[in-house]
Design a protein around this ligand. Structure first.
Ligand code: IMP
Length: 443
C-alpha cells in the first residue's frame, strides 16, 4: 500500500471530492497539485454539503495533513473565505492542518479583470472560463512575471513585484478602458495577506519527502479533468494547468516514482461546463433529465452543466494519458430507470472510423459518435452495499464499460454519502488499504 493519485478522466465534475474524502482514512497526507478556486469539490457528510475549492478534500478527516502544491494558483481572499467557512462548521483549517507551497503563484487583482476582457474579446470563440483569474495567473507564471506565495515573506520584494506588474499591465488596462491599477493599494492588501498566509507557507517538496520517508502515505488529488488538461485536453477549450498525472510530480516537487497507483474517477455519463466540442452531448429533454437528476450545476459558478452519454473513446484516451490503474465509477444511480442506455464506442470523421480520441477541437466538433445500446436497470442502486447486491444488468453494463476503456472498475459510487459506495475489493488490492477506509466509514 502506498501513494495514490486520484484524478478525473472526463471534463471535470466526475465526483472526485466524494472519492478523495472517502479514501482519505487510508492516507496521512492529501496533496492538491494544480488549479485554483475554479475547482468545486463537493463532499456530503451525514446530510451536510461541503464544497471545497482550494483546500484538499481530505480536510474533513482530523489528523490528515492537507497540502497545496506549487502547481496551484491561489487567491488569498478565496483561501481565507474557505478556511473561515470550514472553521464555522467545526473543521480545523489552521496551519497545523494545511501547508501551502511557497512556490504557488498568487492570483492578483488584475487577473480576473483581464480575464473578463479577454473572454469578451473572443466573443463566439470564448472558452467559457470560471472568470476567477486562473488563466491569467498561469499566463504570468509562464511570462516570468508572477508573484509567488513565498514573495510575501519579504515586503520589499512584494512591493517591487507589484510595481513591475502594474507598470507592465497599465498600458493594456488603459487601452481597454479598465480602471487604473493602484500599486500602493494592492501592496497594502497583499501585505495584509502576508501576515495571515505566512504560517501556512512551507517548502512542500521537502515536507512531502520527509513525510514519505517516515512512512506516511500520500493521496495526490487532481482538480478539473484529463480532457481539460492544458496539453492533453481539447485545447484551447481547457484550463491552464496540468490536470493529468504528470502534473502531480511538477505541481508538488515529487519524483514520478512516488506515484504508485492511479485511480481515475469516471462518471457513468458525460458532462462539460463552458464551451468546446462535446461529441455525445444531449441538447434535448434526455440531457436535461440527466442534468436535473444528477444535480448537474457547477459547484463553483452555478452554471448548468451540458450533459451527454458515456463516451468510451474519451475515457479510454484519458486512461492511456494518465496510466489509470483502476476506475471509480460515479453517479450510475442517475441513469436508473431511463431504459436502454447508449454508450459511445467509436467516432467516425469524414466517413472514416477514427482509431483514437482526437484532442483537436476542429476535428472533435465534426466527429459522428457510434453508439451501442446497453440494457438499463430499473432498480435503484442506493441500497447496494456490496457487489453481490448490485442488479445483474448494471454489473453487465460495468463489464462492457471496462472492456471499452480497457480498465477495470474498482469502486462504484451509488449516492452522495460516504456509505453509498460499493468496493470491488480484489481490484483495489495494492492501491488502497480498504480496512482503514471501512473502519473510518463505520465510525
Ligand atoms: P478556467 O479553469 O476558469 O480557466 O476555465 C477553463 C475551462 O475549464 C472552462 O470550460 C471551465 O468551465 C472549465 N473548468 C474549470 N474548472 C472546472 C471544474 O472544476 N470543473 C469543470 N470544469 C471546469
Amino acid at each position: 500500500m502506498a501513494n495514490l493519485l486520484v484524478l478525473g478522466t472526463q471534463w471535470g465534475d466526475e465526483g472526485k471530492g466524494k472519492i478523495v474524502d472517502l479514501l482519505t482514512p487510508a492516507f496521512e497526507v492529501v496533496a492538491r497539485y494544480q488549479g485554483g478556486h475554479n475547482a468545486g469539490h463537493t463532499v456530503w457528510v451525514r446530510g451536510r454539503k461541503i464544497v471545497l475549492h482550494l483546500i484538499p478534500s481530505g480536510i474533513l478527516h482530523p489528523g490528515t495533513l492537507c497540502v497545496i502544491g506549487n502547481g496551484l494558483v491561489i487567491s488569498p481572499a478565496a483561501f481565507f473565505t474557505e478556511t473561515a467557512d470550514l472553521e464555522a462548521q467545526g473543521v480545523d483549517a489552521s496551519p497545523g492542518r494545511i501547508a501551502v507551497s511557497r512556490g504557488a503563484h498568487l492570483i492578483m487583482p488584475w487577473h480576473p479583470l483581464s480575464e473578463r476582457v479577454s473572454e469578451d474579446r473572443r466573443g463566439e470563440k470564448k472558452i467559457g472560463t470560471t472568470c476567477r483569474g486562473i488563466g491569467p495567473a498561469y499566463e504570468d507564471k509562464a511570462a516570468r512575471l508572477g508573484v509567488r506565495a513565498g514573495d510575501l515573506a519579504d515586503l520589499s520584494v512584494l512591493r517591487e513585484k507589484i510595481a513591475d506588474n502594474v507598470a507592465a499591465k497599465d498600458p493594456v488596462f488603459r487601452a481597454f478602458g479598465l480602471p487604473a491599477l493602484d500599486a500602493e493599494a494592492i501592496f497594502r492588501e497583499y501585505a495584509g495577506w502576508a501576515e495571515k498566509l505566512g504560517p501556512y507557507l512551507r517548502d512542500v517538496s521537502e515536507l512531502l519527502d520527509e513525510r514519505m520517508k517516515r512512512g506516511d502515505r500520500v493521496l495526490f488529488e487532481g482538480a478539473q479533468g484529463a480532457l481539460l488538461d492544458l496539453d492533453h485536453g481539447t485545447y484551447p477549450f481547457v484550463t491552464s494547468s496540468s490536470s493529468t498525472a504528470g502534473g502531480a510530480a511538477t505541481g508538488l516537487g515529487v519524483g514520478p516514482r512516488t506515484i504508485h497507483g492511479v485511480l481515475g474517477i469516471t462518471k457513468a455519463y458525460t458532462t462539460r461546463v463552458g464551451c468546446g466540442p462535446f461529441p455525445t452531448e444531449l441538447d434535448n429533454e434526455t440531457g436535461r433529465t440527466i442534468g436535473s437528476r444528477g444535480d448537474e450545476f457547477g459547484a463553483t459558478t452555478g452554471r448548468a452543466r451540458r450533459c451527454g452519454w458515456f463516451d468510451a473513446v474519451a475515457v479510454r484516451y484519458a486512461c492511456r494519458v494518465n496510466g489509470v490503474d483502476r476506475i471509480a465509477l460515479t453517479k450510475p444511480d442517475v441513469l436508473a430507470g431511463l431504459g436502454d442506455i447508449p454508450v459511445c464506442t467509436g467516432y467516425r470523421y469524414k466517413g472514416r472510423p477514427l482509431k483514437s480520441f482526437p484532442a483537436e477541437p476542429w476535428i472533435l466538433k465534426d466527429v459522428v459518435p457510434e453508439y451501442r445500446k446497453l440494457p438499463g436497470w430499473p432498480e435503484s442502486l442506493h441500497r447496494a452495499a456490496e457487489p453481490a447486491s448490485l442488479p445483474k444488468t448494471f454489473v453487465d453494463y460495468v463489464r462492457v464499460l471496462e472492456d471499452l476503456v480497457e480498465t477495470k472498475v474498482a469502486i462504484v459510487s451509488t449516492g452522495v454519502e460516504r456509505g453509498e459506495t460499493v468496493f470491488f475489493e480484489s481490484e483495489l488490492r495494492g492501491l488502497v488499504d480498504l480496512a482503514k477506509v471501512r473502519a473510518a466509514a463505520s465510525v
